[in-house]
Design a protein around this ligand. Structure first.
Ligand SMILES: Nc1nc2c(ncn2[C@@H]2O[C@H](COP(=O)(O)OP(=O)(O)OP(=O)(O)O)[C@@H](O)[C@H]2O)c(=O)[nH]1
Ligand SMILES: [Mg+2]
Length: 249
């Protein structure tokens, strides 16, 4: 169990990332800030969970591992991690991928921008040349997703990226209970709900790297689920807007 902390928790979901997690932790702690790290591993067949247990021993008490029984989805890992952060009274949470798509060197800037906002996003679209490290296919997929969230959800943010800062001490945990997605659509759904409920959202520019180890977990059914959620959110905004709003006491 983690002790309650004044610092910031970093949440990293993992599935088959055994070669990435060690270097990622080194990169995080090299920033010299007061971070604890929570990994959520879904019983990765490549043994990432065992590697994480060793790292948790090595970095005790700053590294924690939640083991789940099987692959339950990246969105559900974020939801569980957010709940865990609230339960352990962390005032702030940063979420990121384990494959260096979200380079740890941006952590200080993300934290600094969080001083004046409830949510800060590491955006891949603020600078023209920020996707140069990616393959053409990955760039087209990401840009198509961005175009759809900007036009259909009318949010001028990078709504599909997992690199985020949440200021938990200014946001009630109930706002995250309004988010239903368990997969990649968790990211735009959560941002849609946070935006609709009036939380202050900012962005900083990032230049993501492409993976050097392991493979992508995004499957074509995740893309289909995301399109379904996009349509559902558009409809709900007009037909059942109360479903997306926090109840005030
Ligand atoms: N716990 C958990 N982690 C997951 C799951 N799916 C993906 N992840 C992790 O979530 C992060 C993002 O997944 P990626 O496979 O990199 O997805 P992506 O960034 O869209 O794909 P690439 O661009 O090819 O890297 C990585 O740290 C994954 O290991 C899941 O079902 N459960
Ligand atoms: Mg990735």
């Amino acid at each position: 169990m983690a002790a309650d902390s004044d610092g910031c928790l970093i949440l990293v979901p993992t599935y088959n990332e055994r070669n990435n997690v060690g270097p990622l932790l080194t990169g995080i702690f090299e920033q010299g800030l007061d971070f604890d790290v929570l990994f959520i591993d879904d019983n990765s067949p490549d043994g990432t969970g065992e590697v994480l247990d060793e790292l948790a021993k090595q970095y005790e008490p700053h590294v924690h591992v939640l083991h789940r029984p099987g692959k339950l989805g990246i969105g559900s890992a974020h939801r569980d991690g957010i709940r865990w952060a609230y339960a352990h009274h962390y005032p702030a949470l940063i979420t990121m991928d384990s494959d260096f798509a979200h380079p740890p060197a941006y952590l200080p800037a993300l934290l600094a921008a969080g001083q004046g906002h409830d949510v800060v996003i590491g955006s891949r679209y603020l600078e023209r040349d920020s996707l140069t490290a990616w393959s053409l296919f990955r760039t087209v997929l990401a840009r198509a997703g961005h175009f759809l969230t900007v036009t259909m959800l009318r949010m001028p943010f990078d709504a599909t990226v997992a690199f985020r800062y949440y200021r938990l001490d200014t946001m009630p945990p109930g706002v995250f209970d309004l988010v239903r997605s368990s997969s990649y659509s968790f990211f735009f759904e959560s941002l849609f709900v946070l935006n609709l409920n009036g939380f202050a959202i900012d962005q900083i520019p990032i230049h993501p790297l492409s993976r050097t180890s392991g493979t992508s977990k995004m499957a074509s059914r995740d893309v289909a689920t995301s399109i379904g959620f996009l349509l559902l959110l558009c409809a709900e905004k007009y037909l059942r807007p109360w479903r997306l709003r926090l109840r005030t006491a």
